[in-house]
Design a protein around this ligand. Structure first.
Ligand SMILES: NC(=O)c1ccc[n+]([C@@H]2O[C@H](COP(=O)([O-])OP(=O)(O)OC[C@H]3O[C@@H](n4cnc5c(N)ncnc54)[C@H](O)[C@@H]3O)[C@@H](O)[C@H]2O)c1
Length: 252
């Protein structure tokens, strides 16, 4: 019970990684507000998971959505210790294919959504004498992908956001860190491969680039979130936890 007595908000909870994070935190005694814009899936998740889970439908691209999540944590569980901004949308296409609307949609959820969530969470964390803010960024915040320039720009922005907030809120014992996964077996990755000319060949070729010769299971990422949420990472802030099976270690 590494998170006994703690309360977390996890956004994008109905997705592959978000659901695994909710489950892993709950397994370690954390009360969780599981948030997603998809009301049916978030309710089903709350019914399915063990432990204290409140499923809340919210659009995290809005301040109202994020305010509602922090309010739910206070009302249901008496406060907040951890906010994991994990929700994102991925819109495929190179720079010349992506429209201004595509950029705005990604900005609103992927980057502003996290900043807004943290802005609403910080006063609640302060009341508890500190806490942990986590984003799911990506290896694409560190390196490039020809098909995903806008998505990568948001992920790089999230890493910069974490560093700034870590410097601002360290004195209050509020830690801010980014998890940078490589490919994870979720619907988002399935969508990426469906976009390729030969999905099976693309998957085989990319899998072969991983020293571990597999994509991450969502639970691999959830274990990183558990570590960053817990006091085991009490002296870790303003940094990236890369969860990529060694992908970025390889050049040739
Ligand atoms: N799957 C991967 O390979 C991978 C790799 C690196 C980083 N990531 C990141 O991990 C996070 C989770 O991705 P995933 O693979 O689980 O994706 P997913 O598509 O399975 O889940 C994303 C969830 O976010 C929700 N969501 C989207 N916009 C929202 C909004 N405005 N408000 C509330 N909820 C919203 C969706 O409904 C969905 O349930 C994302 O930030 C993604 O960019 C994923």
């Amino acid at each position: 019970m590494r998170l006994a007595g703690k309360v977390a908000v996890v956004t994008g909870a109905a997705g592959g990684i978000g659901a695994a994070v909710c489950r892993r935190l709950a397994e370690e005694g954390c009360a969780v507000v599981a948030a997603d814009r998809d009301p049916e899936r978030v309710r089903a998740l709350a019914d399915e998971l063990p432990g204290e889970i409140a499923g809340v439908a919210a659009d995290v691209s809005t301040d109202e959505g994020n305010a509602a999540l922090v309010a739910a944590a206070r009302e249901r569980f008496g406060g907040l210790d951890v906010f994991h901004a994990n929700a994102a949308v991925q819109i495929m296409g190179g720079l010349e294919g992506a429209t201004a609307d595509d950029w705005q949609r990604m900005f609103a959820t992927n980057l502003y959504g996290a900043a807004s969530g943290f802005r609403h969470a910080i006063p609640a964390l302060r009341e508890r004498g500190g806490g942990s803010l986590i984003v799911t960024a990506s290896v694409l915040g560190l390196v490039g992908d020809p098909d995903l320039p806008a998505y990568g720009a948001m992920k790089g922005g999230l890493r910069a956001l974490c560093r700034s907030l870590a410097t601002a809120h360290g004195p209050e014992r509020i830690r801010v860190n980014a998890i940078c996964p490589g490919d994870v077996e979720t619907p988002m990755v399935a969508e990426f491969f469906a976009f390729q000319d030969d999905p099976a060949a693309a998957r085989a070729e990319i899998t072969d680039r991983y020293p571990m010769r597999r994509f991450a299971d969502p639970r691999d990422v959830a274990n990183a979130a558990l570590f960053l949420a817990s006091d085991e990472s009490a002296y870790i802030t303003g940094t990236d936890l890369v969860v990529d099976g060694g992908l970025l270690a390889r050049v040739y």
